[in-house]
Ligand binder design. Structure first.
Ligand code: SAH
Length: 221
């Protein structure tokens, strides 16, 4: 066991189990995925700390506890098709890839995509596809999905996403203002949506047609 492995096991015990994350599949996935490889080299020693970290382009890799919390809320059992919006570093994508049979992930910043593609290939996650797009529209071609996760803060729950959810499916999404949000879980039943609030959270904004406008966009028009 190298010191990264030791730090990762400690992260799972002290940050996740201690705070009530109990889905063994989620805990196993987070014991396995080498989070330090998803941040730049200078930040690797901090990769297992109890916080988010910068990944460039003003974006962040989410805090481990938030990744665990959102993943656990999806209740994945292994045979699901999952949509993720906001690929970023690709760390959450890899955790989802450990737990589902297909992962479709969408990112709007082109610079992240080659890095994520390379690392997911190195780690042998062949059942993941990455698209450069505005994820607020979802990904109709592969819908409906068993589960959808949005890893950026939205002003509202986009109807495009609930439309692309299977009956019995689950969506997790931070909803609030540009600075802070609450994590919402949406469960789709044949007769409508059940929405519950899980925890306060802080995510970078979801930018897009059914999200926030780009900073300064109004002034540019
Ligand atoms: N899960 C990622 C989180 C990255 S931060 C990780 O842990 O690394 C959120 C990401 O959402 C950023 O990369 C940002 O560019 C992306 N994003 C924001 N709005 C988006 C949109 N409409 N479609 C796709 N990606 C979006």
């Amino acid at each position: 066991m190298n010191h990264y492995d030791a730090a990762r096991y400690r992260m799972v015990k002290d940050q996740l189990v201690a705070r009530g994350i109990s889905d063994e599949r989620v805990l196993d996935a987070m014991r396995k995925v080498p989070r330090h490889l998803f941040v730049e080299e200078a930040l690797r020693e901090q990769a297992y700390g109890d916080h988010a970290l910068p990944i460039g382009e003003d974006q962040t890799i989410s805090q481990p506890y938030m990744v665990a919390c959102m993943t656990e809320a999806l209740g994945l059992r292994g045979d699901e098709k999952v949509l993720e919006i906001g690929t970023g570093s690709g760390y959450q994508t890899a955790v989802l890839a450990e737990l589902a049979s297909r992962v479709v992930t969408i990112e709007r910043i082109v610079g992240f995509i080659p890095k994520v593609w390379k690392i997911l290939e190195e780690l042998n996650y062949r059942h993941v596809v990455i698209h450069l797009s505005d994820g607020t529209y979802g990904w109709k071609d592969e819908s409906p999905f068993d589960a959808i996760m949005v890893t950026a803060g939205a002003p509202d729950i986009p109807s495009s996403l609930t439309d692309q959810l299977k009956v019995g499916g689950r969506l997790v999404i931070p909803v609030g203002n540009r600075m802070d949000q609450v994590l919402k879980k949406v469960e789709k039943a044949s007769d409508g949506l059940a929405i519950t609030t899980l925890t306060p959270c802080v995510f970078v904004p979801l930018i897009g047609a059914l999200g926030w406008k780009e900073e300064g966009e109004e002034r540019m028009i």
